[in-house]
Design a protein around this ligand. Sequence first.
Ligand code: NAD
Ligand code: IMJ
Length: 259
Amino acid sequence: MSQLLEGKTVLILGVANKWSIAYAIAEACKREGGKVLLTYQGERQQRTVEDLGADVGASMVLNCDVTRDEEIGTLVEQLKAAGVTLDCVVHSIAFANREDLSRPFQQTSRAGFGLALDVSAYSLVAVSNALAPLMPNGGSILTLSYLGAVRVVPNYNVMGVAKAALEACVRYLANEMGAANIRVNAISAGPIKTASARGIKDFSKVLDGVAALAPLKRVTDPAEVADTAVFLASHLGRGVTGNVLYVDAGFQVMGLLGA
Ligand code: NAD
Ligand code: IMJ
């Protein structure tokens, strides 16, 4: 069987541990013959991500906190120095203050709003602009979104606003980068039990609700998100840009829930 990412190099930002959606994407990229490079957020994650990198044959595992322009700059310099060119960049990063994901949305502070949008939306713009020069043959940029971008999901709050901004960034970036044959898309994934879901009030109920109500009558498996990421990164995705693809067991098509 031919492999979909043979000869392609994929940089993946957002692996924290083996449950990360980004790690499932790294595994799928490796399976399809892609060369995988990983970044991690600060020293605290270095060891874990280096170990996971070894499991997917990552040739480089580099530091990058996306809120720091100088760290994005250093990342680019390290890649350039190693003579790397990229075919795909996966942005699988989000953060909001925990208190902003539990108290009423209307109480969101200016600082909390800024932080959520900086980490979860602006970082896609910064990373895309910095890495585009390393994609001389065109390529595919991919980010992860959630239904809370376009519908009200209890407690998602400022993250929903950040994901709405992220999806708009995808469209504006896709328009500008298309001339360089760089495609920009988002996958809107159904709820998955990762570190970013840990401690979220009633998350088990969210999963049970989706399993009961979604057309496929089950929750989303990270490997399904990863296979769609492979499609978008590969030649098969060459006609798709500026899009948000739902990989959510069909949940988003439902109008009346529970009927
Ligand atoms: P995760 O916690 O494993 O991944 C989030 C990643 O963001 C971590 O690796 C973390 O280090 C990184 N990050 C946060 N702030 C950063 C910063 N300043 N610089 C660099 N990296 C930073 O959880 P996940 O569920 O795999 O989340 C990945 C993406 O998928 C997120 O964008 C999330 O919103 C999205 N998503 C998750 C779900 C879900 O239910 N788990 C559903 C849809 C979309
Ligand atoms: C997160 C909060 C509230 C409801 C939620 C989620 N639902 C889902 C998520 C229904 C599916 C997970 N998700 C899609 C995210 O994007 C999570 C982002 C996130 C999670 C945390 C938890 C820990 C923390 N800050 C966070 N910032 C962003 O301190």
